[in-house]
Design a protein around this ligand. Sequence first.
Ligand code: NAP
Length: 279
Amino acid sequence: MDGKICLVTGANTGIGYATAVGLAEWGATVVMLCRDETRGATAVRDVQQSTGNPHVELLLCDLASLASIRQAAADFQARHEVLHILINNASVIPRQREVTADGLERQFAVNHLAYFLLTHLLLDVLKTSAPARIINVSSQVHASGVVDFADLQAERSYRPTQVYANTKLMNVLFTFELARRLADTAVTANCLHPGVVDTNLGRDYSGLPRSVSRGGLSWAEGARTSLYLATAPEAEDVTGRYFRDEREARPSTTSQDETLARRLWEVSAVLTSSQGCAA
Ligand SMILES: NC(=O)c1ccc[n+]([C@@H]2O[C@H](COP(=O)([O-])OP(=O)(O)OC[C@H]3O[C@@H](n4cnc5c(N)ncnc54)[C@H](OP(=O)(O)O)[C@@H]3O)[C@@H](O)[C@H]2O)c1
C-alpha cells in the first residue's frame, strides 16, 4: 500500500478507526474523515503512534451537511491529486427522528446521501488514480430494508432500526448501480457486512452506556472485510459484489433490483444536486 492514498469516513472510532489503523500499518497515506476536530485529531495521533506511520491526516467534515461534504471534497483535492481507496463507513442510528440543516432525515442523509455525494465529488480523482476501489460499509440488516419513495424521509413513521435497515439497503443498491455505471473504468465498487461489532453504533437508540460491551467482535475484527476489499490483490478487479467475512456473500433479492437502484440513484442525485457529476 506504499504510495496509496486512502480516505476513510467515520474514522475516529469503531470500525472506521480500525480500518484506518490497518491501512496505516500497510504503509498507505490515510485520510481520516471525522466530524469533530478534537476527536479526530486524537484519533489521527493515536493511529500515527500505534502504527509508526506519520502519513495519517485529518479531514474535517460533517456528513450530515451537503455543504460540508462539498467543502471536504474540495479540501481533499487541494491536498491530494490522487485517491486510490475510498471507504464510505460513517453511519448513525438516532433514537428520535432528527432533521439536518438541509431538511433531510439524519439517517438517510448520513448513511446514504453522504455515501452518494462524497463518492460523486471524488469520482473524477478516483478515475484518474485508477486502479481505484470504492468500498461501502453496509450491513446484513439490509435484507429487511425497504425503499419507500413516498416516505424516504421517514416522516410517517420513524422506527430507528427499520430506518437504519432501509439506509443499509440503499448502500447495497447504490454500490451495485455504481459498479454498473463504472463498468468501463478501472474503478471498482463493492459493499460489505462487517459482522456484529462492539462499537458505539446503536448506543444512542438502545440507551446502553458506551462502557457496556454487547459481546460483539472487536473493532479490528470488524475492519477485516473492509481491509480485505481495500488491499487484497485478488479483489482488484472484483466489482458490484457484497462481502462478509472476507468472502463474497449473497445480498438480498431486493438489493439486486436494477430498476429500484436506478430510481434511487436519480432521486439521490436530485436531493444532493449532483446530477452534473453522475458516473
Ligand atoms: N457495529 C456493528 O455491529 C455493525 C454491523 C453492521 C454494519 N455496521 C456498519 O459499520 C459502519 C461503522 O459503524 P461502527 O459500528 O463502527 O459505528 P460507530 O462506532 O458509531 O462509528 C461511526 C462513525 O461515524 C461517524 N459519524 C457519525 N455521524 C457523522 C457525521 N455526521 N459526520 C461525520 N462522521 C460521522 C462517527 O463519528 P462520532 O464519533 O463523531 O460520532 C464515528 O466515527 C457503519 O456503516 C455501520 O452501518 C456496523
